[in-house]
Ligand binder design. Structure first.
Ligand code: DGL
Length: 278
């Protein structure tokens, strides 16, 4: 036991992992990318719940008392159900004598500080279709900041393009332009946009080209890392169950060589992942 697990549908969660490791380098991390089944963004509630449930369970069983669901789509569509339906049973099965198992997502760290992100009260959100259709961000932001209007735009083609390594080129430009333009037209007073998908920060330079310079682009990695740091200060019992090994193990449900190659788009280091078998 003792590792911080980070789960994503594919490579995108490496952005979150990197932010966690740069703010809290001494912990031991374990990353699992469900590359065999990415993208999650266009899938049904049931499929996202089943896939997320399997992966989160595997990370807990692998020795991670704390799992971060880095994927927005999974956080939006599956996290609450896992916390309510499954966690108690997993606790009894995997760690009956402790430590307490925790599964946290990326929505809350983003939505609870939404009030600091906009002055105009009009906030944009770019995400997968699943995240937008769940309206999880809309519900959470309304709860914390009812005065903020959230303008959401689904970008269903972006994740497949990024997973293919297409960060530039005419296809990517077209896909980005179409969504950014649609959002800007609907929300002329918007002054900030949240990239509510772990993959999207890789497209920041392209997104920037189609956005008026006054609109700020908000990436989630630093927000999630700071929120986890605060959480661990408030929960010393959980903090004390974590190892201080300063290392990370990488797992993928698909081809490790492909994962290692594509990881170089996200990380400034070479990694050697393993295929996850259970
Ligand atoms: N990483 C997921 C997210 O943040 C999206 C990728 C996918 O569609 O699987 O929403």
């Amino acid at each position: 036991m003792g590792k911080i697990g980070v789960f994503d549908s594919g490579m995108g969660g490496l952005n979150i992992l990197q932010a966690l490791r740069s703010l809290m380098p001494t912990y031991t991390y374990c990353y699992l990318g469900d590359n065999a089944r990415v993208p999650y963004g266009n899938r049904s509630f049931d499929a996202v719940y089943q896939f997320t449930k399997e992966c989160v369970y595997n990370l807990l069983a692998e020795g991670c008392p704390l799992v971060i669901v880095a994927c927005n789509t999974a956080s939006a569509k599956a996290l609450r159900a896992i916390q309510q339906n499954d966690l108690q049973q997993w606790q009894a099965e995997l760690a009956p004598k402790g430590p307490t198992l925790r599964v946290l997502g990326v929505l809350r760290p983003t939505t609870e500080i939404a009030g600091n992100l906009t002055r105009s009260g009009h906030l944009g959100l770019l995400a997968t279709r699943g995240t937008v259709e769940s309206n999880s961000y809309g519900i959470e932001i309304e709860r914390f900041f009812p005065q903020i209007t959230l303008h959401q735009q689904a970008c269903p083609l972006w994740v497949p393009l990024i997973e293919e390594g297409r960060l530039h080129g005419p296809l990517t430009e077209m896909a980005v332009n179409e969504c950014v333009e649609a959002l800007c037209q609907r929300a002329p007073s918007m002054d900030a946009i949240i990239l509510a998908c772990t993959h999207f920060p890789l497209l920041t330079p392209v997104i920037r080209r189609y956005l008026p310079p006054r609109i700020e682009i908000i990436e989630q990695g630093p927000l999630v890392a700071q929120a986890l740091k605060n959480y661990l200060v408030k929960h010393p019992d959980i903090e004390s169950s974590l190892n201080q090994g300063s290392t990370c193990t990488y797992y993928t449900t698909d081809d490790p060589l492909r994962f290692d190659r594509n990881a170089s788009l996200f990380l400034q280091e070479n990694i050697h992942s393993q295929r996850f078998h259970r």
